[in-house]
Design a protein around this ligand. Structure first.
Ligand code: SF4
Length: 243
């Protein structure tokens, strides 16, 4: 689908390109087989606006774990009105009651990795099986685990079928300040919890405020040795290509 030499050349080109130029490339290459995945953090919102303004009609999806803050559900509706398109909410197979029945109550307090697998990773896997390119709002500055992400990465999606997927991170080089300047300049709706000290917002049981000197994602899964939900780590990144 995409050769190693091309990945290298594209990343060199994208390092000097604007977010819009990177998104233009994805649209020309993949069309609606590329989709934006968002959890409504600031960078994703800015990226959705850049894409919409350039008339790049990427489908947009979010992972609805059924455990998001009421403010996040309200934001989704506000964004759909603001942008004039629907944001697909991917649902887990199990309702919260079914999960409690199968795994016991409040799994997130006992085994957050399994909870994230059931409520985030598996729905995402199903969605990615329909796509060739997953567009994210990841930024290098967000945490140590994201500090070295490339703008364009290729992951093994299904080894048995030899199927890969492109992951595109057009916001990789943006600072938090640049994102929030952009959101303010364009009056883009954002999560009001941001104004209350929540700098990275996920599921309600697993999100706390983070201090100014901490990583933006320090308020996620406090009390656990866990910094990623698994959606960005469950696939193996391709580093050695056969050309
Ligand atoms: S973030 Fe917490 S509540 Fe949400 S899926 Fe993961 S463990 Fe479950």
């Amino acid at each position: 689908m995409i050769a190693a030499s091309e990945v290298k050349d594209l990343n060199a080109r994208f390092d000097a390109a604007s977010t819009e130029e990177i998104l233009q490339w994805a649209w020309a290459r993949f069309g609606v087989r590329a989709a934006i995945g968002t959890s409504f953090q600031g960078a994703g919102l800015a990226m959705m606006h850049i894409a919409a303004r350039a008339r790049l009609a990427f489908p947009v999806f979010t992972l609805d774990t059924n455990l998001l803050f009421p403010e996040t559900y309200a934001l989704k509706r506000r964004l759909e009105d603001f942008f004039g398109f629907r944001i697909e909410a991917l649902q887990p197979d199990l309702t919260l009651d079914q999960q409690a029945e199968a795994q016991g109550p409040e799994l997130w307090n006992r085994n957050p990795d399994l909870c994230c697998t059931l409520r985030k990773v598996m729905p995402l896997q199903a969605k990615l099986s329909e796509l060739d390119c997953w567009v994210t709002g990841l930024r290098r500055q967000q945490s140590d685990t994201r500090a070295s992400i490339g703008v364009l990465e290729v992951y093994v999606f299904d080894e048995s079928e030899g199927r890969d997927i492109v992951k595109l991170n057009p916001m990789a080089g943006w600072s938090r300040e640049a994102v929030w300047d952009y959101l303010r300049d364009h009056k883009i709706p954002y999560n009001p919890l941001q104004d209350q000290g929540y700098r990275s917002i996920g599921c309600q049981p697993c999100t706390a405020k983070s201090g100014a000197g901490e990583d933006e994602r320090a308020g996620r899964w406090t009390g656990f040795n866990k910094v990623e939900c698994g959606i960005h780590t469950f696939m193996a990144k391709k580093t050695n290509y056969q050309i």
